[in-house]
Design a binder for this molecule. Structure first.
Ligand code: PGA
Length: 256
């Protein structure tokens, strides 16, 4: 198998969660654009839906991409409160998260929902970032790898290599999200290897080798470099530390 680890581009995504109005988001995005040094990393920010348009304006003409935090799988219809993939594409998004643990655990998104979301995002010509990760209870019970494998298979099993071309995966152990407890670089790399092997089994070795696998969970400027040193860690999904330009830029610059 060719070693493509050096050719996979590092991806850093700031997930603002339910933070920032449109005005606040535009200001933060402008600060990121102004401070971002050219580098190898592909940088994206995921504001709440209501801030997508002002943030799109703020990053226009820059290398920063626009991402959405969630999507509903139907294209249009009587689905009050929902936002579709074609709507997000029309709003300048090129990346959409699917199955973030807060969607799974707070809003009850199941594996089938995550699959439908990923498919809708692919259909609309964007990159889905399928999020997987175990709870502390599952890790303590020795089930972490199985849980992650099953989430991944449920989301993308049966899809062809070419369908999956834009796919990215984010490993986000639930016990590390917003807790200040980061997975060690070794723990992250070990799970990223499991994810890459699962992708190879599901969609073939080429798909596995080209798919960026991001780590998320209490990433900060001072641990980003160590986490990214894993051969299978291709990027970062950043929550809390993406809410200020300086801390997010530290992470982007640590990523190259
Ligand atoms: P955190 O969130 O960096 O605040 O832990 C990560 C995420 O949920 O994407």
């Amino acid at each position: 198998m060719p070693d493509q680890s050096s050719t996979r581009r590092t991806v850093v995504i700031g997930n603002w969660k339910m933070h920032k109005t449109g005005t606040e988001g535009a200001a933060l995005a402008a600060g990121i654009v102004a401070g971002l040094r050219p580098g190898r990393a592909e940088v994206a920010i995921a504001p709440p839906f209501t801030a997508l348009a002002p943030v799109a304006d703020a990053i226009r003409g820059s290398s920063v991409a626009l991402a959405a935090q969630d999507v509903f799988h139907e294209r249009e219809g009587a689905f009050t409160g929902a936002v579709s993939a074609p709507m997000l594409a029309a709003a300048s998004c090129s990346i959409v998260l699917a199955g973030h643990s807060e969607r799974r655990h707070v809003f009850g998104d199941g594996d089938e929902d995550v699959r439908r979301k990923a498919l809708a995002v692919l259909d609309a010509g964007m990159r889905p970032v399928v999020c997987v990760g175990e709870t502390l209870e599952q890790r303590d019970a020795g089930q972490a790898e199985n849980v992650v494998r099953e989430q991944l298979e449920a989301a993308v099993g049966g899809l062809s290599d070419s369908q999956l071309a834009p796919l990215a995966v984010a490993y986000e152990p639930v016990w590390a999200i917003g807790t200040g407890r980061t997975a060690t670089p070794d723990t992250a790399e070990a799970m990223h290897r499991v994810i890459r092997a699962s992708l190879a089994a599901l969609a073939g070795s080429e798909a596995a080798e080209r798919t960026p696998i991001l780590y998320g969970g209490s990433v900060k400027g001072d641990n980003a470099g160590a986490i990214l040193s894993g051969a299978n860690v291709d990027g970062l999904l950043v929550g809390g530390a993406s809410l200020r330009a300086d801390s997010f830029l530290d992470i982007c610059h640590a990523a190259g």
